[in-house]
Design a protein around this ligand. Structure first.
Ligand code: F0G
Length: 357
């Protein structure tokens, strides 16, 4: 089958009509990859899967929401879109705006955007402004701009973004034939956890699944406003994608956690890097650091005995970790956090020695 993109495939669940021009790059339909390494750590009663969202057209889950937001913006005859971003939203917005033939403006925190993401926004022709301030400041600015000027906001405050992103939970259920028992994901501005939970609830209401997952979110320790129950004025983390101190969908993330009986917790940068390496070196999956927060979180939960204290009355417990973005977006981190290649002269003996022969 030729995959038509998330809007056509899940049309009955989305607010589109025959008047909506569908702007798509055939996003979605990303693989649900069974773990070969982590699963063993948990034992036979557990199955761990990775939803690899890095395989979307611009390398992150944002494309699911952006196809909806930009299609609706075009239906409403918008001439320009704008977003604040830690990188991925801007890459996706710029890309879909180019596809639609409309203008795109982007506000990003100066110095805290991975080079791959910045390059994407630029190459797709967006007007990129680097702001002396963090993501939360950028978001405040774009909110004010869109109140005063005819530019469509495409951050996840735009409800169409959430509508598009919820299709990822549909795909997980369609692949597994049921909902997972636990879903673990990174949390930044908290739009994605909101979207997944909405998707699961809609599938449940439509009797496509018989149970709902527990929603488990992880923030970075230095940027964990939901866990610490207070706004973080100066968020800090190596995972720049989730370097956010005042998430727009804060309340909705708490709602997803509480309605599902899940948890929102935090992991340190050290734990994120450990999981980042583990995914790359034992699972063969290269993700960006923010995405590794979900696996760092899973390891933390296992260590805490979290799964032992939950009633698991099915023979097999299914856990899905969302890997939100592609590792190639932030290659500089590899050189910083993992290692640099070794320099050596073009001498046969020296090279062979170095290889350990
Ligand atoms: N993972 C990645 C790779 C992200 O880019 C983001 C958010 C998240 C996780 C968190 O998702 O914000 O819905 O809770 N990136 C936004 C951006 C903020 O501007 O690209 P969230």
């Amino acid at each position: 089958m030729d995959w038509p993109g998330v809007i056509e495939y899940y049309r009955e669940f989305l607010p589109v009509s025959s008047r909506t021009p569908i702007i798509t790059l055939k996003e979605g339909n990303t693989p649900l990859i069974p773990s070969r390494y982590l699963g063993n750590l948990l034992g036979k009663r557990f199955q761990v899967y990775f939803k690899y969202e890095g395989l979307n057209p611009t390398g992150s889950f944002k494309d699911r929401g952006m196809t909806m937001a930009v299609s609706k913006a075009c239906e409403e005859k918008a001439e320009a879109i704008i977003c604040a971003s830690t990188g991925n939203t801007s890459a996706s917005a710029a890309c879909y705006a180019a596809r639609a033939g409309i203008k795109c403006f982007v506000l990003v925190p100066r110095g805290y955007i991975a080079l791959g993401k910045l390059s994407q926004a630029l190459v797709h022709g967006a007007k990129v402004l680097e702001i002396e301030g963090n993501f939360d400041v950028c978001l405040e600015m774009v909110r004010e701009i869109t109140q005063k000027y005819p530019i469509t906001l495409v951050n996840s405050l735009n409800p169409y973004r959430i509508e598009g992103q919820k299709t990822a939970s549909f795909e997980i259920c369609d692949t597994l034939g049921e909902a997972p028992d636990f879903q673990i994901m990174p949390v930044g501005n908290a739009g994605n956890i909101t979207a997944y939970w909405k998707g699961y609830k809609e599938y449940y209401a439509n009797r496509k699944i018989k149970s709902l997952p527990r929603m488990v979110g992880f923030q970075a320790e230095g940027a964990a406003p939901i866990v610490k129950k207070k706004i973080i004025a100066h968020p800090r983390t190596i995972a720049t994608a989730i370097r956010i101190g005042n998430p727009a969908s804060w309340k909705k993330a708490e709602q997803a956690r509480d309605e599902s009986g899940g948890v929102i917790d935090m992991v340190s940068d050290r734990q994120i890097i450990y999981a980042y390496k583990l995914l790359a070196q034992h699972e063969g999956i290269f993700v960006e650091p923010a995405s590794a927060a979900s696996v760092a979180g899973l390891l933390k939960l296992v260590k805490m005995g979290y799964f032992k204290t939950r009633k698991l009355n099915k023979p097999i417990t299914k856990i899905v970790c969302i890997l939100t973005g592609q590792g190639l977006k932030d290659p500089a981190l590899v050189m910083k956090a993992i290692s640099k290649p070794k320099r050596i002269s073009a001498n046969f003996r020296k090279i062979v020695n170095e290889l350990g022969y």
